[in-house]
Design a protein around this ligand. Structure first.
Ligand code: SF4
Length: 251
């Protein structure tokens, strides 16, 4: 899998964004060099920032899709405006992995720090699905949403997701400064994670875990998170987890 970094710009402002300090830079230097260096045999994933904010995103997809599988990690907000999803599908995009961090607006928007982002992302991913793109959904597991993981699996299944991924907060950028607010204790997460796995399994939904290696998660098929050594800096377990505004604690 090859990553194509399209832009640092984003229309969300997630509390855990690893690239928050780079967002104002917009497009990274060296996009042409990245394109030239791509192997012809391997799939390509467009990443950001938010790839849909690149002004030539459809042309980029068209350029890299010749003979390759192409996907995109996105918040999908721009896909709510037609006919972008259809254009991307026609250009050769095969799948989108949409970041949703809750099963309701208050929970998701709390993480993105952008009011209205949940509604727009759901509208966008719905258009993507209807345009024929494979829909994947990913969530970052935080202190504010881990108790909702099982309900999130149900909700994402209802939205038509074909694959799910749960990721740990990456120990980089803004997330490092916000660790105490963001990172849950693994022991608290485990029962909700197990229930989320059970529900995904009974729904026939592949669920990939990209959480930090930890004895608490032993036997759950954990994939080591990128930058895992930095995870140690986050280990500050606490039994008290304040719910985000507008949500009700599930436990
Ligand atoms: S959607 Fe992704 S790139 Fe945008 S602010 Fe959130 S984490 Fe950062």
């Amino acid at each position: 899998m090859q990553l194509l970094l399209t832009t640092f710009a984003c229309d969300n402002a997630c509390a855990f964004c690893a690239q928050a300090a780079l967002r104002a830079l917009g497009r990274p230097a060296g996009l042409e060099e990245q394109l030239t260096a791509l192997s012809e045999a391997e799939p390509v994933v467009l990443v950001g920032g938010e790839p849909l904010l690149h002004p030539d995103v459809t042309a980029l997809v068209q350029r890299v899709s010749a003979g390759r599988s192409v996907g995109m990690q996105t918040n999908a907000r721009r896909l709510a405006t037609p006919p972008l999803a259809e254009q991307l599908k026609a250009a050769g995009l095969g799948w989108v992995e949409v970041a949703l961090h809750g099963d309701r607006a208050a929970l998701h928007d709390y993480h993105t720090q952008r009011a209205g982002s949940f509604e727009q992302s759901v509208a966008g991913l719905t258009r993507a699905r209807l345009a024929g793109l494979e829909l994947r959904i990913s969530s970052v597991v935080t202190r504010s949403n881990y108790r909702h993981l099982p309900d999130m699996v149900d909700h994402f299944k209802g939205l038509g997701a074909q694959r799910l991924r749960l990721a740990a907060v990456a120990p980089e950028g803004e997330a490092l400064a916000q660790a105490a607010r963001l990172v849950p204790a693994p022991a608290l997460v485990r029962p909700y994670l197990l229930e989320a796995q059970r529900r995904a399994s009974s729904a026939g939904l592949p669920l990939e875990l990209g959480l930090a290696p930890s004895a608490h998660f032993a036997g759950l098929g954990i994939v080591a998170a990128p930058g895992a050594p930095g995870w140690r800096r986050y280990q500050a377990p606490s039994a008290t987890t304040p719910p985000p505004p507008g949500t009700t604690a599930a436990a």
